[in-house]
Design a protein around this ligand. Structure first.
Ligand code: NAD
Length: 498
C-alpha cells in the first residue's frame, strides 16, 4: 500500500513493543529486570518498556557471541553460504519496511516518508551489498623467493561490539553489521537508549533469514552501563562506534583499560560548505545547502552547518537561504507530506535552544526561525533556523549543534575560505562550489575532511568510504575498506623443499 494511504496513527496505536534483549537467538529477560520508558519525541507518549541491560547481560551476550564464533557455525561457512543468508536478511528488511519505518519514526522523530524512502532501503542495500561482495574478495600470495610461500589472508576477528547513535539507528547499525557479519564475525549490538526499537527487530529478522543463534545479539540499555560494559569487555575484539566525539574519546580509554581491542570511531562533524563567486548558479547552491542542512532535523553528522560565502555574493545567497528555510518547517512526522520531524528528545531540544540563545548572545542574527515549534503536540520541534553575521570563533560555529541551525559566514578570498574552513577540530565532510575547475580541485585537495563534494552535497553510495579526519574519527564505514576493520591480516609461511 502506498505510504499516503496508510493510516500511520492507527498503526502506531496498535503497536506492541517487546523491549527485551535478543541473546543467543531468543528474547530473554535481563538479570535485574529493570526497564526504562521508551518515549516518542513526536508527542512524548510512552511507546513501551525497554530493558535496561547491565554488565551481566552484556557478558551473557558476549559469551553467546564467542561460543557461536568458536564453533564455526557462521565463521566456518563458505562465503557464498553466508552471502545467501544475508541476502535473505536484506529481503526481509524490505518486506518489513512499513513496520521498521514506523518504529524508526516513532522512536526518534524523523518524517515517515524518509524512514520509508531512505532509512529502510539504505539498510537493506548495505546488508545486501556486503553479502554480494564477500565471495568476490581474494586473498594474496606475496612475491617472496622460490623456497617459500607466504599467504596473506583476511580472517574474521571474532566478537565485534557495535555501539550506535539515534539519528539513523538502522543505517548506522547496518554500516557495521554488513561487513562484520559478512566477514564471519559474531556481533553484540548496543543501540542508543533513545532509539532501541528497530535494532531488536533487525535481530529477529536476521534469525528468520537463517543467521545462526548467537551470531547477532542485541542488548538495549544506557551508554554508561551497557555501552561501557561492552567497550570494556575483555572478550570483545573490536568496537565499531558511531556517536559523539566526547564518547569516542572514552572508547579509546576503555580499550586502553581493558584488552586493547581495536576501536573504530565515527564521530561528530561541523562540516564546511564553501561558495565561490565564480559558481554559475548561486541560487542552486543556496537551495542545496538548505536541503542538506535541514534534512533529518539537522541531526546528521555531516550536516553543512558552517556555510562560507564570498562577501561579494553573501547577501544574495542569504536571501535565497532565508526564502528556502521555512519550506522545511516541522510537521507531524506520521503525515507522509512532512519534511521535518521532531528532535530526538527533550534534552536535545534544550541543547539546540541553548545554542540558538548562544548565537544571539554572541551577536549573530537569526534571519529565520530561532523558536520552538508545535509545542501543542507535546513533542520536541524546532524551526529551521539560519544565523547570519556569524564568525568562526563563535560557539555556534565551533561546536556541533545537531539540530536545524545553520550559520552563514563570509570570506574574502580563497586562502581565507580555506583557513576558516579548516579551522575546526572536526573534519568529516566539506563542499566546494566553483565553476573554475582548477579552483575546485585545488580547494578540494586542501580541505581537511574525509569526504569533499564539488558542486553538490549529498551524493552518497555504499560503494564509497565514509568517515572523518581529525576529531571526526578514524576508520571508514561503507565500501570494501570497511572489511579491514572487522578482519585480521594473517601471514602464513610455508617451506617449499627444492
Ligand atoms: P553519543 O556519543 O551520546 O551516544 C552514542 C552511543 O554511545 C549510544 O548508543 C550511547 O548509549 C553510547 N554511549 C554513551 N555514553 C557511553 C559511555 N560512557 N560508554 C559507552 N557507550 C556510551 O551520541 P548520540 O547523541 O547518540 O549521537 C550523536 C552523535 O553521533 C553526533 O556527534 C553525530 O555527529 C555522531 N554521528 C556520527 C556519524 C559518523 O558516521 N561520523 C554518524 C551519525 C552520528
Amino acid at each position: 500500500m502506498s505510504a499516503n494511504r496508510i493510516n500511520w496513527h492507527e498503526r502506531a496505536a496498535a503497536l506492541r513493543i517487546d523491549g527485551r534483549p535478543l541473546i543467543g537467538g531468543r528474547r530473554v529477560d535481563t538479570q535485574s529486570g529493570e526497564q526504562f520508558d521508551c518515549i516518542s519525541p513526536i508527542d512524548a507518549r510512552v511507546l513501551g518498556s525497554v530493558s535496561r541491560g547491565q554488565a551481566t547481560d552484556i557478558d551473557t551476550a558476549v559469551q553467546s557471541a564467542r561460543a557461536a564464533f568458536n564453533d564455526g557455525r557462521w565463521a566456518a561457512r563458505a562465503p557464498a553460504a553466508r552471502k545467501r543468508v544475508l541476502q535473505r536478511f536484506a529481503e526481509l528488511i524490505l518486506a518489513a519496511k512499513d513496520e521498521l519505518a514506523l518504529l524508526e519514526t516513532l522512536d526518534m522523530g524523523k518524517p515517515i516518508q524518509y524512514a520509508l524512502s531512505v532509512d529502510v532501503p539504505a539498510t537493506a542495500r548495505c546488508i545486501a551489498w556486503y553479502a554480494e561482495a564477500v565471495d568476490k574478495i581474494y586473498d594474496e600470495i606475496a612475491p617472496t623467493g622460490a623456497n617459500a610461500l607466504a599467504l596473506i589472508q583476511r580472517e574474521a576477528m571474532g566478537v565485534i561490539g557495535v555501539i550506535v547513535p539515534w539519528n539513523y539507528p538502522m543505517i548506522m547499525a547496518a554500516w557495521k553489521l554488513g561487513p562484520a557479519l559478512a566477514a564471519g564475525n559474531s556481533v553484540v549490538l548496543k543501540p542508543s537508549e533513545k532509539s532501541p526499537l528497530t535494532a531488536l527487530r533487525l535481530a529477529e529478522l536476521a534469525l528468520e533469514a537463517g543467521l545462526p543463534e548467537g551470531v547477532f545479539n542485541v542488548v538495549p540499555g544506557f551508554g554508561h552501563e551497557a555501552g561501557e560494559a561492552l567497550a570494556l569487555h575483555m572478550d570483545v575484539d573490536a568496537i565499531g562506534f558511531t556517536g559523539s566525539t566526547r564518547v569516542g574519546r572514552k572508547m579509546l580509554e576503555y580499550a586502553g583499560r581493558s584488552n586493547l581491542k581495536r576501536v573504530y570511531n565515527e564521530l561528530g562533524g561541523k562540516s564546511a560548505f564553501l561558495v565561490f563567486p565564480d559558481y554559475e548558479d548561486i541560487a542552486l547552491a543556496a537551495k542545496t545547502v538548505a536541503g542538506a542542512m535541514f534534512f533529518n532535523q539537522g541531526e546528521s553528522c555531516n550536516a553543512p552547518s558552517r556555510v562560507f560565502v564570498h562577501e561579494s555574493i553573501a547577501d544574495e545567497f542569504a536571501a535565497v537561504v532565508a526564502a528556502e528555510a521555512p519550506k522545511y518547517a516541522p510537521g507531524d512526522p506520521l503525515d507522509p507530506r512532512t519534511v521535518m520531524g521532531a528532535l530526538v528528545d527533550e534534552g536535545q531540544l534544550r541543547t539546540v535552544m541553548g545554542y540558538i540563545e548562544a548565537g544571539r548572545a554572541e551577536g549573530a542574527t537569526a534571519m529565520v526561525g530561532g523558536s520552538q515549534a508545535r509545542s501543542e503536540s507535546g513533542g520536541y520541534f524546532v524551526e529551521p533556523t539560519v544565523f547570519d553575521g556569524v564568525n568562526n570563533q563563535m560557539k555556534i560555529a565551533r561546536e556541533e549543534i545537531f539540530g536545524p541551525v545553520m550559520s552563514l559566514l563570509r570570506f574574502k578570498d580563497e586562502a581565507d575560505a580555506l583557513a576558516q574552513a579548516n579551522d575546526s577540530s572536526y573534519g568529516l565532510q566539506a563542499s566546494v562550489w566553483s565553476s573554475n575547475i582548477d579552483r575546485a580541485h585545488r580547494v578540494a585537495r586542501q580541505l581537511r575532511a574525509g569526504t569533499v563534494h564539488v558542486n553538490q552535497y549529498d551524493e552518497d553510495d555504499i560503494t564509497v568510504p565514509f568517515g572523518g579526519y581529525k576529531q571526526s574519527g578514524n576508520g571508514r564505514d561503507k565500501s570494501l575498506h570497511a572489511f579491514d576493520k572487522y578482519t585480521e591480516l594473517k601471514t602464513t609461511w610455508l617451506k617449499i623443499k627444492a
